[in-house]
Design a protein around this ligand. Structure first.
Ligand code: ADP
Ligand code: G6P
Length: 464
């Protein structure tokens, strides 16, 4: 079996129980995949140094090795805070109103991609499969080829791919996507993002695109693009079921709810997650129905994310203001309807919280996949499961059509779904949950990685 070299911006080894802090879906997924396959996980240390040296820090993790490099502060600013999170992230989540197009960001992004290529090349052996993750490294494949690497190179994009009409607002969009075509395999979370990508290649690059196989040919390069919906590490997650930590977390939340139905949200504090919009939906529900304060408790766990970026500071301020206002208007002396918590929890604790919640509220405005939706389903009691309310704009909606699918832009629609969920008979809850759970169980992160790796390891595609 070939060694796996995973590249991602963040290298974040989960410590299982006890682990706290903001963990994105990518970190959770890569831990699962690397534990199974072995190899090297290469990325940024998260640290800054005055002068870039490219020196690697190697550490042994649970079944694999991590290799990290430090970056200079201005590189972090232009590459991570800048191009990745002020340009690509908003644009790819359809928020061109928030996207900032600064030449310096683009230059920093290309510079850091070159630094990564430089440090990575000496680690790679002949038979290794190189698997690059996410929007931080769209041009890395091209850089690696420029260094003479002949290995199979794959890219998986964890976030959406925007419609062509939005993407063309990005300066040098052609250069970026042309560079991507140096990868052999390009994976997307859903067929919607895949179709947008193929549309762009055909329309803007005049590439030779075969929709059925996902093959894109341009200037002698052949890339294959496919949808690989990511899953959770189902087995690992289910192992929390019997733990004391999960049980205690369950009792703590269920006990303190005082007979109210718990609605839970767990999201990085990101404008793509639709958090203020959830409060608008709550507002609808509380003003159109009497006595909701005695019936419902909404717990929103939202660890701060990307705090150096202004749009994140703003969403945080907005949310604080709206939560305060809502609680001011709807609390009773002994009951507060929204509990808003700005920190991370261990995965076992999360399991217990999900289990205690009658409703999982997952209503992003746009999301590549959304793993919280899958974790919520996995944590339910089969006999008395809760209801998942899921935005149709999450990649997960393609697979999870037995959830209550909602338009997260419509407070009315979400409020109606909350009401329906609160009153859903147990038979219907069970019927929906069984189908959802089968999807989550049968399409886990291990299978996801295996599918991607199998295509990456397959014989080279036909070259022109
Ligand atoms: P994203 O990748 O955009 O952050 P996902 O829903 O795909 O969104 O993945 C988020 C992951 O991070 C999930 O596995 C979730 O459990 C984890 N997570 C989010 N918030 C917290 C938190 N407060 N504590 C612990 N884990 C969290
Ligand atoms: C999403 C992205 C990941 C990213 C994570 C956390 O899941 O797809 O690439 O690592 O969010 O964001 P951060 O900027 O803290 O790494």
């Amino acid at each position: 079996m070939s060694r796996l070299i995973v590249v991602s911006n963040r290298v974040s080894v989960t410590k299982g129980r006890g682990a706290a802090g903001a963990q994105g879906g990518l970190a959770v997924a890569m831990n699962g995949a690397l534990r199974k396959h072995g190899g090297i996980w290469f990325g940024w240390s998260g640290n800054e140094v005055a002068r870039f040296t490219g020196q690697l820090t190697m550490q042994r993790a649970d079944g694999f090795t991590t290799a990290t490099i430090d970056l200079e502060p201005h590189d972090v600013d232009e590459y991570y805070n800048g191009y990745a999170n002020r340009t690509l992230w908003p644009l790819f989540h359809y928020r061109i109103d928030l996207a900032e197009y600064e030449t310096e960001f683009g230059r920093g992004y290309e510079r850091v991609n070159e630094q990564f290529a430089n440090s990575l090349v000496p680690l790679v052996e002949e038979e290794d499969l190189v698997w690059v993750q996410d929007y931080h490294f769209l041009p890395l494949g091209e850089r690696l080829r420029a260094h003479g690497l002949k290995n199979r190179l794959g890219l998986f994009l964890h976030i959406p791919w925007p419609p062509t009409r939005l993407l063309v607002s990005l300066p040098y969009h052609e250069r970026l996507v042309r560079a991507m075509l140096h990868y052999d395999v390009i994976g997307f979370q859903s067929t919607e993002w895949l179709e947008s990508f193929l549309h762009y290649c055909r329309k803007e690059l005049q590439a030779d695109v075969d929709e059925d196989s996902g093959t894109v040919q341009l200037d002698g390069h052949v890339a294959v693009a496919r949808a690989f919906p990511i899953g959770i590490d189902y087995k690992e997650f289910m192992a929390f079921r019997g733990t004391q930590t999960a049980q205690r977390a369950y009792e703590r939340l269920a006990g303190s709810a005082r007979n109210r139905s718990v609605v839970i949200g767990v999201d990085r504090l990101d404008y793509s997650k639709g958090l203020p919009e959830r409060i608008d939906a709550m507002e609808r529900l509380f003003t159109t129905h009497d006595d909701m304060v005695n019936q419902l408790l909404y717990v929103q766990i939202a660890p701060p994310s990307r705090e150096d970026v202004r749009s994140y500071q703003e969403i945080r301020a907005t949310l604080e203001q709206k939560t305060g206002q809502f609680n001011g208007a709807h609390s009773d002396v002994d009951l507060v309807p929204i509990r808003y918590v700005n920190r991370g929890f261990g995965r076992a604790e999360l399991f217990g919280f999900y289990r205690a919640a009658r409703i999982g509220l997952v209503t992003p405005m746009r999301d590549g996949m959304n793993l919280v939706a899958k974790e919520y389903v996995a944590a339910q009691d089969p006999e008395d499961p809760g209801v998942l309310i899921l935005s149709r704009f999450a990649g997960a909606a393609e697979q999870m059509s037995d959830a209550l699918l909602v338009n997260s832009h419509s407070a009315e629609d979400v409020a109606r779904a909350l009401w329906t969920a609160l009153h859903m008979p147990v038979e219907e809850r069970r019927a929906r949950w069984e189908k959802l759970n089968a999807v989550v169980r049968d399409h886990d992160v291990i299978g996801w990685a295996e599918d991607f790796i199998a295509l990456l390891a397959a014989p080279p595609f036909h070259h022109m």
